[in-house]
Design a protein around this ligand. Structure first.
Ligand code: NAI
Length: 342
């Protein structure tokens, strides 16, 4: 794995920006919530992908201008805009990957779960349309609380008879990106080499970075472990507080989501060496959904990597036990919401 990460990084560096101007594949990507804080920079980053032939931007408002603006970038993909419920279905037709950053973000003092009441309904509506129009697409859920919105999506897809657990992903890449950055800073490592798996879920203590599995292998004092884990778990709140009411992480989130989209597209394109962490249906623990490292292939989740959970430190074992009740209740909350009769 470590060798393949390094080889991939080197390859990407060599190819550099030139790649953006040469079409290499022709996948269609839809972004639902494309005019938002995450949606806009994410659309820009995906517009730079040589693997994309069409970029469908959907939002309930303000998406026309975003699409007009982006369409002037001289990269191969065609940009189309779709506004409002009436155009939602068309935005999804023929799409290979659907990314969902629609919904409200946190303000200072809020937990991700405080967003549940609004975002649960938004995700439900959008997933119903995905089920009706592109049931075979990879679905990337960014809208919080991810710990609940992914189980909601799974239930809605089941109700529609099109649930494929291998193609439903909760995007937790930002936790990995943050862990990699903070560990590299703390241990003075070359950023490109650092890879920290993050397991569990995507809120507070359910975010569990496995520092003992950091590549390259590196040792931490107890104090460093404590400081790093707390910082990674609270990194979202760090941004929410710095933005002081103007939203949560958007740019780093767009970067992380674009990485996850690019990985998915490479997998769809036949690359057999694609690994990411993601919150998916899983049998790794007794919980029905769990974030861990996965292997992505043409058909979605090809394997859930169990080796990261072997040989955990005492600290990590305790943290894993501690996160389970919270994650379980977030999953149940999502399932109950989705099963509720109108
Ligand atoms: P934002 O408020 O800037 O943008 C949200 C966009 O969604 C807006 O353009 C809005 O018009 C649109 N929207 C609202 N209802 C919609 C609907 N029914 N259909 C389509 N679009 C709709 O919010 P931001 O900052 O972009 O965050 C979006 C979500 O991403 C939030 O729920 C936030 O908590 C979550 N998030 C997730 C992270 C992760 O790691 N998974 C990290 C950071 C944020």
């Amino acid at each position: 794995l470590r060798a393949s990460v390094a080889v991939r990084a080197e390859k990407q560096n060599k190819e550099g920006l030139e790649r953006c101007f040469q079409p290499q594949a022709s996948f269609k990507v839809a972004i639902l919530g494309a005019a938002g804080g995450i949606g806009q920079p994410l659309s820009l980053l995906i517009k730079m992908s040589p693997l994309v032939s069409a970029l469908h931007l959907y939002d309930i408002a303000n998406v026309k201008g975003v699409a007009a603006d982006l369409s002037h970038c001289n990269t191969p993909s065609q940009v189309l805009d779709f506004t409002g419920q009436a155009e939602l279905g068309n935005s999804l037709k023929g799409v290979d990957v659907v990314v969902i950053p629609a919904g409200v973000p946190r303000k200072p003092g809020m937990t991700r779960d405080d967003l549940f009441n609004i975002n649960a309904s938004i995700v439900k509506t959008l997933i119903e349309a995905v089920a009706d129009n592109c049931p075979d697409a990879f679905i990337h859920i960014i809208s919080n609380p991810v710990n609940s919105t992914v189980p909601i999506a799974a239930e809605i897809l089941k109700q529609k008879g099109v649930y494929n657990p291998k193609k439903l992903f909760g995007v937790t890449t930002l936790d990995v990106v943050r862990a990699n950055t903070f560990v590299a800073q703390k241990k003075n490592l070359k950023l490109i080499d650092v890879d920290v798996p993050v397991i569990g879920g995507h809120a507070g203590i359910t975010i569990l970075p496995l520092l003992s599995k950091t590549r390259p292998s590196v040792s931490f004092t107890d104090k460093e472990v404590e400081d790093l884990i707390v910082r990674i778990q609270n990194a979202g709140t760090e941004v929410v507080e710095a933005k002081a009411g103007a939203g949560s992480a958007t740019l780093s989130m767009a970067y992380a989501a674009a990485r996850f989209v690019e990985s998915s597209l490479r997998a769809l394109d036949g690359d057999s060496d694609v690994y990411e962490c993601s919150y998916v249906q899983s049998e790794l623990t007794d919980l029905p959904f769990f974030a861990s490292r996965i292997k992505i292939g043409k058909e979605g989740v090809e394997a859930i990597i169990s080796s990261d959970l072997q040989g955990l430190t005492e600290y990590e074992t305790k943290a894993l036990d501690a996160l389970k009740p919270e994650l379980k209740s977030s999953i149940e909350k999502g399932v109950t919401f989705a099963q509720k009769k109108e």
